[in-house]
Design a protein around this ligand. Structure first.
Ligand code: GDP
Length: 481
């Protein structure tokens, strides 16, 4: 096997196509205790590989594929604006809310309106504070990015129309925010409408265990009319309150780090990427690395279409100068030398190719059972879909009750209906297994699950499903039915 030093026990097992538990027990037999994600040195790797009849060949490990980031010291940190995503059911008013915020009197008078859609924009409110809105379409984008390891959102606004019900997509959006551990502020919209009943929505939320503050709970909520603007400023003040509790900080005086939120190939301008800076300052002329692409920043533009020289923490800009289109969710870094940027980009490309050949490793119940057996996991995340609400609830409750002191079972999302692509992305982002009860995945969901290595288990008898999860938790799995 060809490898670099310091691969993890798990990676080594994958390369040799043996269960990781065997790698771990081999290490134990030579007196080395390792965990699944522990990196091994060359000597250990050689011994283990030899045990399984493999010869090792080391490739250069000089260039790591990760960019080393120094820690910021406390005195260099300054407050940064919260990054907010608005999610909700279609037609509940997401676009109207964002439009209102972009255009209306909640914003302090600024030269030049927001004219360009670049995927994110920063507004200065009339109280002088800033908020950055991620303007990506829906929670699919939010979760797709998270599946790639990028957590760009600090706070989620969940918008719900008061003349409607809490819809499946609303529940999904809530699950996505909770799974990402992002605080939620509820916006109960369309209160200007004659049929609006905000209390009914709050009641529905309470039934889902999301009790709003005015009813004694911990979730902030604000009645609004996105159309007229009523309550919108108050909503944003509540978002800022939430932000204050998070104590969001960054160091503007360092090399930039950020996340790609969109990218494209523009006929005239070449590759264009929108980057949301999370730390440091990105400047024109910087050498940058994003995913497998690199280049020198030729120009930066803000959401007003203005050319800017630099962009700081929690601010977004379109960047010209990359040699390709990175993927949404890719991390961007300013680098000290072009050589370093090129080497890492090349290395990543190579790794991506190798991993592609190795095929993505599924993280199914079997793997989880092994990991539990060796004490590697403390959490089992499940996503439950079923044909009727009753069985979904019954199954979810039974699963959660299987939790022990050592292993917690989380149902990160549950719902009625076919297993969708959204379910798969959410499961991928949360390393969850999908449990389908009397339902099947759509063809696209099946394809995506294969690509992402998400396991879908289907059952038609509740007892079987519970027994199997129980078996998994005991670290020994019965054969698949
Ligand atoms: P989205 O699909 O969530 O982006 O929803 P939109 O913002 O496109 O809104 C859907 C419809 O609801 C549009 O016709 C809006 O004009 C209307 N709408 C949105 N907010 C309000 C509101 O506060 N009051 C009223 N009366 N209509 C609203």
């Amino acid at each position: 096997i060809k490898l670099t030093e310091f691969v993890t026990a798990n990676e080594l097992a994958t390369m040799m196509n043996v269960p990781v538990i065997q790698v771990i027990s081999t290490c134990m037999s030579i007196g080395i205790m390792v965990s699944i994600n522990q990196r091994l040195d060359a000597e250990t790797i050689d011994l283990v590989a030899d045990e399984f009849g493999f010869k090792t060949e080391y490739t250069s490990a000089e260039v790591s594929e990760a960019v080393a980031e120094e820690e910021d010291s406390e005195e260099d940190l300054v407050e940064r604006a919260p990054i907010v995503t608005v999610m909700g059911h279609v037609d509940h008013g997401k676009t109207s809310l964002l439009d209102h915020i972009r255009n209306a009197n909640v914003i302090a008078g600024e030269a030049g309106g927001i004219t360009q859609h670049i995927g994110a924009y920063n507004v200065r409110l009339k109280n002088g504070r800033h908020i950055t809105f991620l303007d990506t379409p829906g929670h699919e984008a939010f979760t797709a990015m998270r599946a790639r390891g990028a957590q760009v959102t600090d706070i989620a606004i969940i918008i719900i129309a008061a003349d409607d019900d809490i819809m499946p997509q609303t529940k999904e959006a809530i699950s996505h925010a909770v799974a990402a551990n992002v605080p939620i502020v509820f916006a109960i919209n369309k209160i200007d409408k004659p049929g609006a009943n905000p209390d009914k929505i709050k009641e529905g939320l309470a039934q889902m265990n999301f009790l709003v503050e005015e009813w004694g709970g911990k979730y902030q909520s604000q009645d609004i009319s996105a159309k007229k603007g009523d309550g919108v400023f108050e909503l944003l003040e509540k978002v800022l309150l939430e932000a204050d509790m998070l104590e969001l900080k960054a160091n503007p005086n360092r090399n930039a780090a950020g996340t790609v939120i969109e990218s494209s190939l523009d006929k005239g301008r070449g590759y264009v990427a929108t980057v949301l800076v999370s730390n440091g300052t990105l400047r024109q002329g910087d050498i940058i690395l994003a995913g497998t692409n690199y280049g020198r920043v030729k120009a930066l533009f803000n959401e007003r279409g203005q050319r800017i020289k630099e962009v700081g923490p929690s601010q977004a800009a379109t960047v010209l100068g990359l040699n390709g289109a990175p993927q949404a969710g890719d991390q961007l870094h300013s680098m000290n030398t072009e050589q370093e940027a090129r080497e890492i980009a090349t290395k990543r490309e190579q790794l991506a190719r190798e991993q592609g050949l190795r095929t993505t490793r599924r993280r199914g119940l079997d793997d989880i059972a092994h990991e539990i057996a060796v004490g590697g996991v403390q959490e089992l995340n499940l996503l439950v879909k079923g044909d009727v609400d009753g069985s979904v609830e019954a199954l979810s409750d039974s699963f959660i009750k299987l939790s022990t002191e050592k292993i917690v079972v989380n149902v990160i999302h549950k719902g009625v209906g076919q297993i969708s692509e959204n379910d798969v992305t959410l499961a991928a982002a949360s390393k969850a297994v999908i449990i389908g009860f009397q339902v099947r995945p759509s063809a696209n969901a099946r394809k995506l699950a294969d690509q992402e290595g998400v396991e879908i288990r289907q059952y038609s008898i509740i007892y079987d499903a519970i027994e199997e999860i129980k078996g998994t938790m005991e670290g020994m799995l019965k054969p698949i039915i």
